[in-house]
Design a binder for this molecule. Structure first.
Ligand code: ADP
Ligand code: MG
Length: 709
């Protein structure tokens, strides 16, 4: 048996189990060995059969006999039975629904079991005891509990993993360890072999902890190596030199209707320094919704076009792209810049031929031509920007002065895949393959610092951690189910004053398995029963772009009173007259996410309100939601989310590609910094990882996986 052996060839599995393994994406022996316990349970105290009393939770160690598998004919239930004898007495063991037990145990084998002693009419017995095959002397009684799925119980994982772990260790003298020996020693981390044993069969709590720490370090270390490798390679590239005339810049910002915040000024300073370095800027600007990222992006764009280059600015949705386009038209109204908007359904240009104040719709062919000929200075758009037809250089054309794409900006960057970002960056001039555009990435998703340092390890960070002055604070209320009516009454008051409201639901439609508030049902209820007097519409990601656009425009124009939507599509949408937001099923969202959603009513000159509804009555939920009223900004909430993240919350994997064990590492800034430093050291030794063939192979394999996505 090898680590890369295929599970279905090595194990006897039912079709159902095969399906369940596939669902968990467990394909090889290695995958299964890397399927870690979510937690450990304490086994009962080790006793003799003679001493053990009914009702007591105990561990018993003895020889097994009378092993048999039965099937009740009526219910077709599998029952495995055995007898345990420890010399002081005998006790019956019975397992329901776990036929595999009979395959795992052997007659006369010595085993340890743990469970609660039941008294039956034929004497005491243990029902469904945990099975522990021990080969150590001292033991804290820790039993691993694995995340279960239908068809694969924690017990199944426990038995199966132990069996294959033993086999692997017997047959493979040495498991290749990705972490260099020296690093293991420096941080006192267990070797791969020990860590696997510790994590699946810990003798003591501290073994399990050491093992988790090792795997956590490994995961973060690997991410860091691949990010820093990319970063070091980028630093060797050339970019467009940007000359900066301070007075021109001052004239540009003087036209803004506000003064920059200190945080915005700092971000501008960083960007100025980046763009003069000679190598490409690679910067991520993080700031809450409303912190003024667009203004900073406009300043960066201004510098680029003053140097005779072009800017491409990509946003994840048409609504956002359109809004950015409109903001840019304002910021650049007096500077003579030519700005384009390109989405799948809109092609627009500013200024129009007729008026310097207005925009005009134009044909796609014309817009594409103007981009390539350098007629457009700044092109803003959605994914449409990365289509092949969009070209930033006009081959064989000498009539126009040829411009070059020198700055790529991406808004809400986590909504794009790595490949999409790369595709836009690669739109750089075809005649200049060796010169790279500057890159500015932005996100309003507040994430903890340790996570940012990891997943964005190839970028420099700058935080807009300050809101423009005079912003109102949102009054946030957590509404228990019985106070729903009062909240609706308050919304009615707001609407009577001429304001508008959002209602956000965790799902679009009702589902059979999950009882969750959803857009469609909420729409029915609110429009027919609760607020029949108001104009209500719904908006969600499954609607055609044109319909979304139309609804959003109507909402902006004040033709809709209440907009019911899901959380994902309209982050960053700007409707100053919307003062109230209701968030349904709040326990389904992270705190940072809730914070971001309520930010939508922050644009208002009126007092904004946020009503948080939850059907959950647990104390933990209440505690968590309370933090929303107390935290200063989204970053604080993101840290809180991380620290109080329960086991099994897999959003890390889904959202950031970081496993549960890896997420644990992110609670520890020291560990993240150590992993980062070690990754840097190794790459500085040799940027191709020549001395670390295993690491080299692993990183290359991961990069090729990304490209295949
Ligand atoms: P973000 O993209 O970070 O969500 P925007 O750049 O869209 O934020 O800015 C939000 C609003 O705040 C816009 O209406 C913008 O005009 C305004 N704004 C930006 N910076 C400032 C500032 N320094 N002072 C006052 N208002 C500002
Ligand atoms: Mg924005």
């Amino acid at each position: 048996m090898r680590l890369n052996s295929i599970l279905t060839n090595e194990l006897r599995l039912t079709e159902y189990q095969k399906g369940a393994l596939k669902k968990l994406d467990l394909n090889t022996i290695k995958d299964l060995l890397w399927y870690f316990p979510a937690r450990y349970e304490q086994a009962g105290e080790l006793k003799t059969i003679a001493d053990a009393q009914p009702g007591e939770k105990v561990s018993l160690s003895g020889k097994i006999s009378n092993l048999k598998l039965e099937k009740t004919w009526r219910k077709k239930m599998n029952i495995a039975r055995a007898t345990l004898n420890d010399g002081t007495g005998i006790i019956k063991l019975v397992w329901f629904h776990q036929p595999f037990i009979a395959n795992i145990l052997k007659e006369r084998e010595t085993i340890t079991v743990s469970g609660k002693i039941q008294s039956g009419k034929n004497g005491p017995y243990l029902a469904n005891p945990q099975l522990l095959k021990l080969n150590f002397d001292s033991w804290d009684g820790l039993m691993p509990v694995y995340p279960e799925t239908r068809g694969l119980s924690s017990r199944w994982f426990n038995f199966t993993i132990k069996k294959i772990l033993k086999k692997i260790l017997d047959e493979n003298k040495n498991l290749p360890d990705l972490i260099p020996e020296k690093i293991l020693q420096t941080y006192k981390l267990p070797s791969l072999k020990n860590a696997l044993v510790y994590i699946h069969t810990p003798k003591e709590t501290k073994n399990a902890e050491a093992a988790r720490k090792r795997f956590a370090f490994e995961e973060i270390f690997l991410v860091q190596i691949s990010r820093i490798k990319k970063r070091l390679a980028l630093e060797k590239q050339a970019s467009f030199p940007v000359k900066i005339k301070k007075d021109e810049l001052n004239n540009f910002t003087k036209n803004f209707s506000f003064k920059l915040t200190e945080a915005q000024k700092r971000a501008v300073e960083y960007i100025l320094a980046d763009m003069q370095k000679g190598s490409p800027m690679a910067r991520l600007m993080e700031g809450d919704v409303g912190s003024g990222k667009t203004a900073v992006a406009a300043i960066a764009s201004f510098l680029i076009l003053k140097n005779g280059y072009q800017v491409a600015y990509m946003a994840p949705t048409e609504i956002l792209a359109k809004q950015l386009f409109e903001s840019f038209c304002d910021y650049f109204a007096k500077s003579g810049a030519k700005i384009g908007l390109l989405t799948s359904s809109i092609c627009r240009k500013f200024p129009s031929k007729i008026s310097y104040q207005e925009t005009a719709d134009i044909s796609k062919a014309k817009l594409l031509k103007w981009i390539s000929e350098g007629e457009i200075d700044i092109i803003i758009g959605t994914h449409s920007l990365i289509q092949d037809r969009v070209k930033f250089s006009a081959k064989d054309k000498i009539i126009y002065q040829e411009k070059k794409l020198a700055l790529v900006i991406i808004d809400e960057q986590h909504r794009f895949g790595i490949n999409q970002r790369a595709a836009l960056i690669n739109k750089k001039n075809e005649t200049d393959q060796n010169i790279f555009p500057h890159f500015l990435s932005m996100t309003a998703t507040p994430i903890p610092r340790t996570l940012a340092l990891t997943i964005y390890g190839d970028l420099d960070l700058v935080l807009l951690d300050e809101m423009p002055p005079g912003r109102k604070k949102i009054i946030t209320e957590i509404v228990p189910p019985d106070k729903r009516e009062t909240a609706y009454e308050k919304i009615r008051e707001e609407i009577k004053k001429g304001r508008q409201a959002y209602v956000v639901c965790p799902r679009i439609a009702a589902s059979e398995t999950l009882e969750l508030r959803n857009v469609e049902e909420e729409y029915e209820k609110l429009s027919k029963k609760i607020f029949p007097e108001y104009k209500i519409e719904m908006l969600h990601g499954k609607m055609p772009a044109k319909d979304k656009e139309e609804i959003m425009q109507k909402f902006k124009n004040g033709e809709i009173d209440i907009l019911i939507s899901t959380s994902v599509i309209e982050v960053g949408v700007d409707v100053p007259n919307a003062t109230t937001i209701i968030i349904e099923g709040a326990d389904r969202f992270g705190l940072a996410q809730l914070h971001q959603m309520r930010g939508r009513v922050l644009r208002s000159i009126h007092q904004p309100h946020c009503f948080i509804f939850t059907e959950s009555k647990t104390k933990k939920t209440a505690e968590r939601l309370k933090a929303l009223g107390q935290a200063k900004n989204g970053f604080e909430l993101a840290e809180y989310d991380l620290q109080f993240r329960g086991p099994g919350e897999l959003s890390g994997k889904k959202q950031w590609g970081i496993s549960d064990v890896g997420m644990e590492a992110l609670k520890n800034i020291k560990m993240v910094e150590a992993a980062r430093q070690e990754a840097r050291n190794i790459l500085q030794e040799n940027s191709e990882l020549k001395n670390y063939p295993l690491l080299k192979e692993k990183i290359e394999q991961e990069n090729s996986d990304i490209h295949m996505e």
